[in-house]
Design a protein around this ligand. Structure first.
Ligand code: ACM
Length: 676
């Protein structure tokens, strides 16, 4: 311990000599990291006398933001705070100064910059627009901490603005229905990390989730009664705008559209009859692009959607049309021949060509997935790249704007670091000229909802999306994974204050799994497993939209923080021998309490082999430590046997993986060599 203290102080002195404030990236738990932060000497105390004043331009959105700020601060500190605004800026603890109005309908051109200055008497946020003030408020709130003196914020001067204008999250409300409160709490969390686009995937084979008054059979027959009314959409749009967030609606076509045909089979290219789809994948039903009536229908529908969502962009989907219904329809085949359309890609282009003027007629610009792109589209469309960074770079080269989602698929259930490393201007985009690169507007994290419910969707979105938000907002050179994790840990806990349930749903789901028993025992196992990655779950069993998502794999988080921290201890074994041994002993001995618990729960029987392996793997780690402690290499036959055990334990069971296997493998391999 004494050694650690000495290393810490030597480190601090070295950092000071290098001109880097030791607090930077450590005590400032900011995410995203601002463009510039200059530490000051003061400290602003926060107590019951805290008051906010508006200065300069004022509007209801700023008043609402000030009220929310007071409410959040009161909640975070537990200190009762008065709701009212202070009218005299001289007497306020925090002054929100806004220069002028922002855009009526927020666009990619909105100025989101702000400055934040915290002194020992007062803090000031200065921004050109209300949205800039909103961004500054979130930075201020992240700086409020509790120390030995009480609640307060450190003296700082911050200058900040986003790197990309389009920083989004896709929520798929079609595969699994997500009620309004799920969206609202996620909008709150998005605002805390300065994201500015919620892209709603409103329609798919499994549901048509928005009310059409012109074509009511869309939602009445295509949604099981689970859709947003037009009034609810208006409320969501206003809720998002209050937080500086645009809502971009996606009406997916011509594929991924089975739900439309339950009420309107005449729109489809196949004979029907149709039912709401309970499975997922790339399915056959598609609009019939050859029939003029569908464009009349789309004109009516898009007119309604365009009026509901004020955003300048309307997402028309366009991905994954398998063309099978088109191939089977003789009338469509004849049409292709008559119009010299060589293949189904040509037929889809024909469809998009008819669609574009309809979208434009209703005052919108078109955004769609990779597949809609062709090089004679107007230059104000946005291509949404999901298939790879090459398509992103290629569209930018050809003069088109694009956003990146490839690499940000939250349904791959990857650890935050994997998403954090993906940069919209990385990979193929590195070869772009500055002008071409400026056409890459940013990106969107994607939460496809095949295997999430309202109960656990937040646990797939957060905290990874906070790391992605930093990638979209902060300068490109902010990319240290260690710093990201130190800050993410704190920010993740703070996110709970605004209502997302990524942390709070976990003990509840474990409580369900444990039945009448205490979930704490189960936590020992659940804390060290992760769901299998990418789309491997989909092949593991026959899922439908009705399959209960109440198993260990549904509760398990995308990253086992426990296993990551254990891995870090193993990497620094010299300083952490005791901690590593203690942890391994706890895992080895967990079996005794775990097995009876797993045996009595119908939902947990499948996890028994994992509990056995947790114990066996920990035992291998302990033996490896013994060899390392003795300073002699373990016999090759022992190493071989242990590696075989580890290979078996590394295999997924119950659709989860035991994440302590890789660090224990390191110990075993080190034991074979006699040192780490
Ligand atoms: C997609 O994932 N097919 C957009």
């Amino acid at each position: 311990m004494k050694d650690l203290v000495r290393i810490f102080w030597v480190g601090c002195i070295m950092l000071m000599l290098l001109g880097v404030h030791p607090a930077q990236g450590q005590t400032y738990n900011l995410m995203p990291q601002p463009v510039q932060l200059v530490p000051g000497s003061g400290h602003l105390a926060i107590d019951g006398s805290f008051r906010v004043a508006l200065e300069g331009y004022e509007e209801p959105r700023l008043e609402a933001a000030a009220a929310r700020l007071m409410h959040r601060l009161a909640k975070q500190t537990g200190i009762p705070l008065s709701d009212g605004l202070e009218t005299d800026p001289g007497k306020a603890t925090l002054v929100l100064h806004c220069d002028h109005a922002g855009e009526q309908v927020q666009s990619i051109k909105e100025d989101e910059s702000y400055q934040l200055e915290i002194g020992s008497r007062q803090a000031r946020i200065t921004a050109p627009t209300p949205v800039g003030v909103l961004r500054g408020i979130e930075t201020f709130l992240q700086l409020v901490t509790l120390d030995a003196q009480g609640f307060g914020a450190p003296g700082v001067q911050i200058e900040d603005h986003p790197r990309f204008p389009w920083r989004g999250l896709v929520i798929d409300v079609a595969r699994h229905w997500m009620p309004e409160d799920v969206l609202k709490r996620n909008l709150n969390a998005m605002a805390t990390v300065k994201l500015n686009v919620l892209h709603l995937h409103l329609t798919d084979d499994q549901g048509f989730r928005v009310e059409s008054k012109k074509y009511p059979k869309l939602q009445e027959m295509g949604s099981d009664g689970h859709y947003y009314t037009q009034a609810q959409i208006a409320e969501l749009v206003a809720y998002a705008r209050d937080r500086g967030i645009r809502i971009v609606p996606e009406i997916e076509m011509p594929g991924h559209s089975t739900s439309w045909y339950v009420g309107y089979p005449e729109l489809s290219s196949g004979p029907g009859p149709f039912q709401i789809e309970r499975h997922w994948g790339i399915l056959d039903p598609a609009l019939d692009p050859t029939r003029p009536e569908i464009y009349t229908f789309l004109d009516g529908l898009i007119g309604e959607i365009a009026a509901l969502f004020p955003d300048e962009y309307l997402h028309v989907g366009g991905d994954e049309v398998n063309g099978k219904q088109w191939d089977r329809n003789p009338q469509i085949q004849a049409f292709k021949k008559a119009h010299a359309l060589k293949n189904n890609a040509d037929l889809q282009l024909y469809f998009e060509q008819q669609l574009l003027p309809i979208v434009q007629k209703h005052g919108k610009k078109m955004i769609g997935w990779d597949e809609i792109f062709r090089p004679d589209l107007p230059k104000d469309i946005v291509v949404h790249s999901w298939r790879g960074p090459e398509s992103l770079a290629q569209t930018a080269r050809l003069g088109y704007m694009s956003i990146l989602s490839n690499g940000y698929y939250l349904d791959f259930v990857l650890p935050p670091a994997d998403y954090y490393r993906v940069d919209p201007l990385g990979g193929a985009a590195q070869s772009l000229t500055p002008e071409q690169a400026s056409r890459i507007l940013g990106g969107e994290a994607c939460m496809w909802s095949e295997l999430v419910s309202p109960e656990n969707i937040d646990s797939r979105i957060w905290p990874s999306t906070a790391a992605i938000a930093e990638r979209f907002w902060s300068p490109q050179d902010v990319k240290d994974v260690g710093s990201m994790y130190r800050r993410l840990d704190v920010v993740s806990r703070e996110l709970d204050w605004v209502g997302v349930t990524h942390l709070s749903s976990y003990p509840l789901m474990l409580t369900r799994l444990a039945g009448v028993h205490s979930p704490e025992v189960l936590e020992t196992l659940a804390d060290v497993v992760e769901p299998i990655k990418h789309y491997n779950r989909q092949g593991a069993r026959a899922y439908t939209t009705f399959t209960p998502l109440n198993r260990l794999v549904d509760a398990a988080r995308p990253e086992s923080v426990k296993a990551r921290l254990f891995s870090e201890l193993v990497d620094q074994l010299g300083a952490n021998r005791d901690a590593v041994r203690k942890q391994l002993l706890a895992w080895r001995d967990s079996r005794e309490a775990l097995l009876p618990l797993l045996q009595q729960s119908a939902l947990l029987g499948e996890a028994q082999p994992l509990a056995e392996d947790l114990s066996v793997v920990a035992q291998a780690g302990l033996q490896a430590l013994d060899y390392l402690d003795a300073g002699k290499a373990a016999p090759p036959s022992w190493v071989k046997d242990q590696l075989m055990v580890l290979d078996l334990a590394a295999k997924p069971r119950a659709e989860v993986m035991l994440m302590i296997v890789p660090p224990v493998r390191k110990l075993v391999e080190a034991a074979g060599k006699g040192s780490l």
